[in-house]
Design a protein around this ligand. Structure first.
Ligand code: ADP
Length: 702
């Protein structure tokens, strides 16, 4: 920094000095030039004066030779090359070249003619720079002052020619000497300035700088010694004062920073403690959440178990109801009108069964396990069933129940029959329930768009309608209007299930209603129509598409077969009904009430098939089945067909795949199902030519 400053200052000074020197030299040169001219002029004048004086004295003698010698003498003076006296008429009186009769001067030097003329005429001195014999000269023309030498107003003049180069030699010497002197002076001044700059500025600045640098280590800044008593010293004082203030401020700031750091550390410690507390709380709440989740899972498991048990409890009595109904229907002695009532009991029982399945379905929906169970079925047949189930109720209320089916309605469709039936039953039951008078209509149309077949179903009534504010709520689970609650039918789940089912079948249910005038529910679902497979499977079994089921065909009593069956069932009524069904189908069976009795019976007699109820006291059916699987040799082991009222049992497939159980029959059992399962395992012993039951589509129960 200091170096660059001194360099800058010195180069500034140096440059200024050079410029000043150059200017001085220029001026000097010019001065020398002017001085040279003046000297020449003065010499010319003094020569002229001398010659005028001499001429005056010699005039009367006309002795030109003395003048001639004087002129020649003058011409020998340094740098003077030519001296002449010229008369007013232009004749050359004398000339240093000692001409006897020199020619007129204008003839000798024509270039000087005009200057001579002018000076002679005006009496004014004149000079002229010119070249004579290749040499640079100044020609001075000086007129005589005395009028003695004038003729007709014209003056006699002296011409002095001075050689410029010769006279300049001195001037140049002087110029060179003065230039060198000046350069030395300049260098001396520069050196002096450098020294002065060093002493007064740079060194003090270095000292101040060092003092400031030292202060960074010591923390104290002291004024350097021996500072010159000028601006630098004042500057140093001010600087050091400012520096001390800065240091003071820094110390204060550091102190403050230290305090802030301490505060921050305290705050951070407090924060860490808080975070630790929060983490503890969080892990506690996580633990609570975990517990809540476990509780929810347990509740869900309990709910699932509840539904499974409820299903079992309802199915068990239904087994007796439906079983005896079926047996009575197949009894030849049952009169036809009783058969008709029994048929309604059977349908209602089946509907109850469907409802049980629906409740289970709701549980499945809620647990996200809902599935679509597609199959091919006769649409007409299903609708007929629905109509039959509702007809009596509508008649009782004096309502006109009408099904308007499109003429081109599909005969056989493939979709989830149970769900579609459930939706229609829900909507129609509601329509009948909430319609005091008038009619309830089910309209079904089919549509074919973009290669997709769809069914559009519409249930419309002339009932009480739904208030606009309730329209959005009716699909919520357990929502019921006052009237719905008072009717003590339903649970408020019907529409919620219907909506979920419609969505599962690929549609959306809508409602429009005018209070006091009626309500219309409508939806469209996608169906597959008349697939070849379905057609043939139905047609092969001998059912005409347009055949509507009539009264059940009476079953003939079958002769006994040699198949040895053990029925394991704890419920007396169910024992009874199943035994009667078996007898009707031509089988003989012994009975056991629990698993232990089964094992005991096996020790006394060999059985081909065991119909084993899964839920029995003392030892349940599954344990007994596992014991048999374990203890009996394969060839002696009876075939075990499980009877279960629990459709949610997940292990069924697992046990079948492990070979413990051959097949399942879900309660309530009907004769068709029972016969079909038994036929699978009694192929050799039963005479198939004499079918005891009419051929129906066999659909293995879930
Ligand atoms: P539930 O019929 O068991 O009460 P739903 O879910 O089937 O339950 O119906 C819920 C409510 O929707 C009913 O309580 C009733 O208020 C209203 N609702 C359903 N269908 C109709 C209808 N056709 N006319 C008038 N109100 C209806």
């Amino acid at each position: 920094m200091s170096k660059s400053l001194s360099r800058q200052l010195l180069s500034g000074f140096g440059l200024s000095l050079v410029i000043a020197g150059m200017a001085t030299l220029g001026i000097n040169y010019r001065t020398v030039q002017i001085d040279l001219e003046h000297q020449g002029q003065k010499r010319a004048q003094s020569i002229a004066r001398s010659l005028e004086f001499a001429t005056e004295g010699l005039l009367e003698f006309r002795n030109l030779s003395i003048l001639q010698r004087m002129v020649q003498n003058f011409a020998t003076l340094p740098a003077i090359t030519e001296v002449a006296i010229v008369a007013p008429d232009g004749k050359t009186i004398v000339h240093n070249e000692s001409f006897n009769t020199p020619p007129p001067y204008a003839v000798l030097h024509p270039e000087m003619g005009a200057t001579l003329e002018k000076s002679a005429n005006t009496g004014m001195e004149a000079h002229l720079r010119t070249k004579l014999q290749q040499r640079e000269v100044i020609v001075y023309v000086v007129p005589f002052t005395s009028r003695l030498f004038s003729e007709g107003g014209k003056r006699q003049v002296v011409v002095v020619v001075i050689d410029l180069q010769e006279s300049q030699g001195d001037a140049w010497r002087i110029f060179l000497i003065s230039t060198i002197t000046m350069l030395i002076g300049m260098i001396a001044i520069l050196a002096f300035m450098v020294l002065a700059l060093q002493k007064s500025v740079l060194r003090p600045i270095q000292k101040i700088n060092q003092a400031i640098l030292d202060s960074e280590n010591t923390g104290n800044v002291d004024l350097p010694q021996n500072l010159p008593d000028h601006e630098i010293s004042f500057l140093a004082h001010t600087l050091i004062r400012a520096l001390r203030q800065v240091q003071e401020y820094e110390r204060f700031k550091q102190e403050e920073l230290k305090n802030i750091n301490i505060d921050l550390e305290n705050f951070s410690a407090a924060l860490e403690q808080k975070v630790a507390e929060r983490t503890r709380e969080l892990s506690l709440s996580n633990y609570a959440l975990e517990q809540a989740k476990d509780a929810a899972l347990a509740a869900n498991r309990a709910k699932t178990a509840f539904f499974a048990n409820m299903s079992h409890e309802l199915r068990t009595p239904l087994h007796a109801v439906l079983g005896f109904t079926e047996l009575m229907l197949y009894d030849e002695e049952t009169p036809p009108h009783i058969c008709e009532h029994l048929h309604i009991i059977q349908r209602s029982g089946e509907h109850l069964l469907t409802l049980i399945n629906s409740v289970l379905e709701i549980a499945k929906i809620e647990s996200g396990k809902q599935t679509i169970d597609r199959s091919c079925f006769h649409l007409n047949e299903m609708l007929h069933t629905v109509y039959e189930m509702l007809e009596q109720r509508a008649v009782q209320k004096g309502l006109n129940l009408r099904f308007e089916l499109a003429p081109n309605l599909y005969s056989i469709v493939n979709t989830d029959e149970m769900k579609l039936k459930q939706i229609l039953l829900n909507l129609l039951t509601n329509a009948i329930k909430f319609t005091p008078s008038g009619e309830v209509i089910l309209r079904i149309n089919c549509d074919h768009n973009d290669g997709q077949n769809s069914l559009r179903c519409e249930v419309t009534d002339t009932g009480i309608g739904i208030e606009p504010e309730n329209l959005t709520r009716i699909f919520e689970g357990f929502f019921q209007s006052d009237l719905g609650r008072k009717s003590q039918e339903g649970s408020g789940l019907g529409l919620a299930i219907s909506q979920q089912f419609v969505r599962l079948l690929g549609g959306e249910i809508h409602v429009v209603s005018t209070p006091g005038q009626g309500t219309t529910f409508y939806f469209s679902i996608q169906v597959e129509v008349e697939s070849n497979e379905c057609q043939s499977s139905l047609l092969d079994n001998g059912i005409e598409i347009d055949d509507l089921p009539s009264l059940p065909t009476l079953y003939a009593v079958q002769k006994l077969t040699a198949v040895r069956i053990l029925l394991a069932e704890d419920n007396i009524m169910n024992q009874n009904v199943t035994l009667k069904m078996l007898t009707r189908l031509g089988y003989m069976a012994d009975v056991a009430s629990n698993g232990i009795e089964v094992l005991k019976a096996l020790c006394h007699k060999r059985y081909d098939i065991i119909l084993m109820d899964m839920q029995m006291p003392i030892m349940d059916g599954l344990t007994a089945a596992m014991r048999i699987h374990q203890d009996w040799r394969t060839e002696e082991r009876p075939i075990i067909i499980a009877l279960t009222a629990n459709v949610m049992a997940q292990e069924q497939n697992q046990h079948i795949s492990h070979g413990i159980i051959a097949d399942y029959l879900t309660k309530p059992i009907n004769m068709t199902g029972l016969q079909n399962v038994l036929r699978q395992f009694t192929e050799d012993s039963v005479n198939h030519d004499e079918n005891v039951l009419p051929q129906k589509v066999y659909q293995k129960q879930a």
